[in-house]
Design a binder for this molecule. Structure first.
Ligand code: ATP
Ligand code: MN
Length: 480
């Protein structure tokens, strides 16, 4: 058997010394022809592997370069060096994979995030991205654990979808028809999609909600966790063309139940990461503090990353209606002094990210749940309130990010739903299957979508969403 190794995390977490182990990993640095800093991805920390002078021949020593993969066997001993309790006194070092030091792009020094994005295939091997992706893993695991503990059924909704009426964003077309003008045409010159692979127009999904609702009408509590795609040309630090979304959908929930679940969920997964990734969070917190030192004093955060997460977990989210938010924004000095790019002058306007961030970061200084938005700026399936103007929508806004959750109580009344669809020019024939859920045993229900990468951004403090997904897709970029 080849892989009889101990993971460095396990080795370093023990107190025990004087036993023989084998470790395998990638060389981060090699000093004085003796001290190898070895990392195997199980932890932020490197294991110091000491190859005493004379143990290795010149040929092998030359091959221990930054980036090389090695296998080392030896005795675990107490370390005299600072920063570590234990080290490995090697009796044998084998090179598993060479790495040409001249060509390996990652040197043992600080690289910019922009540079690392260009070599995303190698950036996993840095401290920062090691921490980010271990935390991403923990958050994903916590998502499943949270819902599983509450008896939710995990449903996989389709990635290729035949419904183009979801309205959540611009879609990517899926087709096998030729692009060069040879596609089969109808008499009127339009493309004949009956000849296409699925015999109809298909797209990549922008949301699994509509299908998720169908499952909730049988299991009551379900959630999805899958990739979604939006062809929106948004070059922001919060938008990706391919991102992961978690969409719970619950029968017998109203808007308040929905908000309660979302708040409990967010706190739960943050807590999980705090418990399971303390060292990675500590590292990222320090990293952020260093980065903030470049900023003028008044722009620096009052709380560091760890304090911010603790604060969010320990305090209630601020809940208010859209109407109350508009009143605050209309009257705030920022608006009066025309410091918003989009001024808030009347009820009914959509909130821009600058407004959301003002509410969260300046006004309340905590996460905010905004409810009951004007119906004209929200999707057709949201439940109409009795006032005739608003719908039972909710957005959760997080400091530093803006919108992290979008959700609503759904319109379960068939006549109201169909009227709204007509008003919004959404073809009912296309969504007949969806309307069936309102024809056969409809019930009050609600759900929301949490953008997973925005959540990872929030927990890791990474400012750009492109740095919390392994291989980001955004306008003009689909490398790797
Ligand atoms: P935004 O206004 O920020 O573009 P949205 O209103 O389009 O968001 P929803 O359609 O409600 O968002 O999607 C639900 C959640 O998915 C959002 O709250 C957000 O966390 C996430 N999300 C939406 N679009 C993107 C994107 N392009 N990249 C990453 N996450 C996204
Ligand atoms: Mn959007």
């Amino acid at each position: 058997m080849f892989n009889q190794r101990i993971k460095i995390k396990e080795l370093l977490s023990g107190e025990k010394t004087d036993y023989t182990v084998t470790v395998m990993g990638w060389v981060r640095s090699f000093r004085n022809n003796q001290f190898i800093a070895l990392n195997d991805g199980s932890t932020q920390h490197n294991l110091q592997v000491v190859a005493e002078l004379g143990l290795l021949n010149d040929e092998t020593l030359k091959r221990i370069t930054t980036g090389a993969c090695i296998k080392a066997t030896g005795n675990v001993v107490a370390s005299l060096g600072k920063g570590q309790k234990l080290e490995l006194k090697a009796t044998e070092v084998t090179i598993l994979g060479d790495s040409d030091a001249e060509k390996f792009p990652l040197q043992p020094k600080k690289h910019s995030l922009e540079f690392l994005r260009e070599i995303a295939h190698l950036r996993f091997r840095t401290n920062t991205f090691g921490a980010v992706f271990r935390i991403r893993h923990s958050l994903a695991f916590a998502v499943h654990q949270f819902f599983n503990e509450r008896g939710f059924v995990y449903i996989n909704t389709p990635i290729i979808t035949g419904s183009d009426a979801e309205g959540a964003g611009e879609m990517f077309r899926v087709t096998t028809l030729p692009l060069d003008g040879k596609a089969p045409k109808n008499k009127d010159g339009s493309i004949n999609f009956k000849e296409d692979f699925f015999g109809r127009e298909t797209n990549l999904t922008v949301s699994g909600q509509l299908e998720g609702e169908m499952a909730a009408m049988a299991f009551a509590d379900i959630y999805t966790f899958g990739p979604t795609f939006r062809a929106e040309n948004s070059n922001t630090t919060r938008h990706l063309a391919e991102f992961w979304m978690i969409e719970p959908e619950m029968a017998f929930y109203d808007l308040e139940d929905n908000a309660n679940l979302a708040e409990a969920f967010i706190k739960y997964i943050i807590r999980y990461a705090m418990e399971h990734n303390p060292e990675d969070l500590q590292f990222l917190s320090q990293r952020l503090e260093e980065e903030e030192k470049q900023k003028p004093q008044n722009e620096r955060s009052e709380l560091n990353l760890l304090q911010k997460l603790e604060f969010v977990v320990d305090n209630d989210f601020q809940r208010l209606t859209y109407t109350e938010a508009i009143d605050i924004l209309k009257d705030c000095n920022h608006n009066k002094k025309k410091k918003f790019q989009y001024l808030i002058d009347k009820w009914g306007v959509d909130l821009q990210s600058e407004h959301e961030r003002y509410l969260v970061e300046k006004h309340f200084k905590k996460p905010v749940i905004l409810t009951n938005y004007p119906k004209d700026i929200k999707a057709f399936y949201m439940r109409q309130n009795d006032d005739g103007n608003t719908v039972a929508a909710m957005d959760i806004l997080a400091p530093g990010i803006g919108e992290i959750v979008g959700g609503s109580q759904r319109e379960e009344r068939l006549d109201k739903l169909m009227n709204r669809m007509k008003e919004m020019n959404i073809p009912a024939e296309e969504l007949d299957w969806y309307l069936d859920s309102r024809r056969f045993g409809a019930c009050p229900h609600a759900g929301f979508g949490l953008g997973f990468e925005r959540m990872v951004q929030f927990v890791t403090g990474m400012t750009n969403i492109r740095d919390v997904i392994p291989f980001p897709r955004y306008p003009k970029s689909a490398a790797f």
